[in-house]
Design a binder for this molecule. Structure first.
Ligand SMILES: [Zn+2]
Length: 492
C-alpha cells in the first residue's frame, strides 16, 4: 500500500493522529513538521533473501570488479589490505574482465605475497583464488580431491592453478581465521546502515554462520540492531545441531529456520535441470541432497520449531523438493521456502498453492542472468522464456516474497521492483501492486501473522519516498527521504 496524501502525527514513537492531506505527505514528529511534496509514504521494505554479514564484509574488503589484469588485483590488495586473521581476503574478480577472459592463477600472487595467505572470491561467490602460502596451510596440492560438489583447477601439466571451485571453496572456509570482534561489529554497522538508507526495515538473512552467533547476540543485546533480522542458519552439514538455543529469539535478531542447498547455480552449470544444459550436452547439473536426507533435515528442523529454506534453482531440484514435501509422512507445520525458484516445471506450479510453500524470488537475478545472454546460452531461449516465473506463480496462488541476494546483487528494493514490472522481453512480469506486496505485505504477513497497518496508537515502520509512483518506468531511481522504525525517526 502506497499513500500519496496523508498527514501523520507521531508522539513519543506512537501515532497520535492520521488525516488526509491534499497532494503531499506531512509528518509531525514530536511537534516538528516535515512536509514532502510529490512524495509517497509506504511501510518499510522487507528483503526476503540476503546475506546480512556478507553485505558489510564484501563492502569493506578490496573489490576487484573493475580490475582488468592480475597486476591491478595485486596493486589493490596491497593498497587496501583487508585481513582475516593473518590472511588477506578480497572479492569480486571476474575473468571476463581479464586479458583473453583467462582465469587468474596463483603465480603472480605468489611473487607478490610469498608468505601471506590470500583468499579472493570470484564475483558470483562460487569460486576463489588462493596462493601457494594459503595452499600450504590448507593442505591443498596437485593431488587433492574433493567430493563431487567441488574441485580444484589444474593446468595441462596437472599443476594446481590456485582456483577452488564450489564445494572445494566452501570446505576450506572454516579453516580461515575468523575476523576480530572489532571487525565483526564494524561489518554489522556497515550492513545495517546501507540497508536503512534504502528503506529496508526488516530482512530475512540467509546462510547465517553459526560461528557468528555470540557476536550477533551481543550486538542485539546492546540494542544495536535497529532493523529486524530473521536468520536462517547454515544446515547443509550438522554443525547447527550443536547450538542449543534454537530457535533463538532476541530483541531485533532471531534465528527462525535452517538453510539447505538442493542444487548449484546456472552460471556454473550446477543447477539441477530436468533436461540437459543447452551449452553442455549430457550435463543435467548437480543435486546436493537426496530425498531421504532432505526429509530427515525437514524433520530435524520441524521438531525444533524451525522453518526450512532450500536453495533450489533448477526444475529438477524443485520437483524433488515438492515430491519430498508431498510424501512427507507428517504434516507440513511450518513454512518451507524454495529459495530462488528460478526454473520450475509448469506441471509443478499448482503445488505452490499452499500457504506453507513459499516462493522466494530475487527479481534482479533475471536481469543479471539474461543481460549478457548467460541464461540463454545455458538454457536455450525457450526455457528462459518460461523461467523466473513470477506471474505464473502468482496466478497459481503462490505466496511469493522477493529479495536481492545481496551482496551478490545490490540490496536496493527499487531495482527488484523495477525488474518485476519492467524487465525487457520477459513474459512473467507482474503489476506494481503485486511487486510492492512481495516486498512488504506478503513477507510481513509471513513473519508476523498479520498485515502492516497505520492505526492511532501503533508504532509503525514507515518510509518516505521521493516518487509518487505515477511513472512506474522510472521506479528504479526512487530515493528514500525518511525512515521511521517503530515510530522513531532514524533518517531524514
Ligand atoms: Zn543467497
Amino acid at each position: 500500500m502506497i499513500y500519496n496524501n496523508i498527514k501523520i502525527e507521531l508522539r513519543n514513537g506512537v501515532i497520535s493522529d492520521i488525516s488526509p492531506s491534499e497532494g503531499k505527505i506531512v509528518l509531525i514528529i514530536d511537534e516538528q513538521i516535515h512536509i514532502f511534496e510529490e512524495a509517497s509514504l509506504s511501510f518499510g521494505f522487507i528483503d526476503s533473501h540476503l546475506h546480512f554479514f556478507g553485505i558489510g564484509e564484501v563492502a569493506l574488503m578490496p573489490n576487484f570488479q573493475t580490475c582488468n589484469s592480475e597486476s591491478e588485483m595485486i596493486d589493490l590488495l596491497k593498497s587496501q589490505p583487508f585481513y582475516r586473521g593473518d590472511w588477506l581476503v578480497g572479492f569480486g574478480w571476474n575473468q571476463e574482465n581479464l586479458p583473453d577472459a583467462k582465469f587468474p592463477t596463483k603465480d603472480l600472487f605468489d611473487n607478490a605475497f610469498p608468505d601471506t595467505p590470500i583468499f579472493l572470491r570470484r564475483i558470483d561467490g562460487h569460486s576463489a583464488l588462493i596462493n601457494s602460502a594459503a595452499a600450504r596451510i590448507l593442505g591443498i596440492n596437485d593431488q587433492s580431491v574433493f567430493d563431487r560438489t567441488g574441485f580444484i583447477h589444474k593446468n595441462e601439466a596437472g599443476v594446481f592453478t590456485g582456483l577452488l571451485i564450489d564445494g572445494a571453496m566452501t570446505s576450506v572456509l572454516d579453516k580461515i581465521p575468523l575476523y576480530s570482534p572489532e571487525q565483526i561489529y564494524k561489518i554489522l554497522d556497515y550492513s545495517q546502515n546501507l540497508l536503512l538508507n534504502l528503506g529496508i526495515t526488516e530482512v530475512v538473512d540467509m546462510d547465517f554462520n553459526p560461528l557468528l552467533f555470540q557476536f550477533f547476540k551481543k550486538y542485539d543485546e546492546d540494542g544495536k540492531f535497529i532493523i529486524k533480522i530473521h536468520s536462517f542458519i547454515q544446515a547443509q552439514d550438522d554443525y547447527w545441531l550443536k547450538i542449543n538455543d534454537l530457535p533463538y529469539k532476541g530483541n531485533n535478531w532471531n534465528i527462525i529456520g535452517i538453510k539447505l542447498y538442493m542444487d548449484g547455480a546456472i552460471g556454473s552449470r550446477s543447477a539441477a535441470l530436468l533436461e540437459e544444459y543447452s551449452d553442455d550436452p549430457n550435463n543435467f547439473g548437480l543435486l546436493l541432497l537426496d530425498k531421504t536426507s532432505l526429509s530427515n533435515k525437514i524433520s530435524q528442523a520441524f521438531s525444533r520449531n524451525l522453518q526450512v529454506a532450500i536453495h533450489s534453482i533448477g526444475d529438477r531440484a524443485t520437483k524433488i523438493i515438492l515430491e519430498t514435501i508431498n510424501t512427507y509422512p507428517n504434516e507440513i507445520i511450518l513454512p518451507i521456502r524454495i529459495e530462488h525458484s528460478q526454473i520450475i516445471d509448469q506441471y509443478d506450479y499448482h503445488f505452490f498453492n499452499n500457504p506453507n510453500i513459499i516462493a522466494s524470488v530475487q527479481p534482479i537475478h533475471y536481469v543479471s542472468d539474461t543481460i549478457n545472454g548467460m541464461a540463454q546460452k545455458r538454457l536455450g531461449t525457450l526455457r528462459v522464456d518460461n523461467a523466473y516465473p513470477w506471474k505464473s506463480l502468482l496466478i497459481n496462488g503462490s505466496t511469493m516474497v522477493a529479495g536481492s541476494d545481496a551482496p551478490i546483487e545490490s540490496p536496493n528494493p527499487f531495482f527488484g521492483i523495477d525488474a518485476l514490472i519492467n524487465s525487457a522481453r520477459h513474459s512473467e512480469l507482474v503489476s506494481i501492486n503485486q511487486a510492492i506486496a512481495s516486498y512488504i505485505d506478503i513477507p510481513y504477513k509471513l513473519l508476523h501473522n498479520t498485515l502492516p497497518s497505520l492505526n492511532i496508537g501503533s508504532s509503525p515502520n514507515i518510509v518516505i519516498l521521493d516518487s509518487s509512483f505515477k511513472n512506474t518506468k522510472s521506479i528504479a531511481n526512487t530515493k528514500v527521504l525518511a525512515v521511521i522504525i517503530n515510530g522513531i525517526l532514524i533518517k531524514i
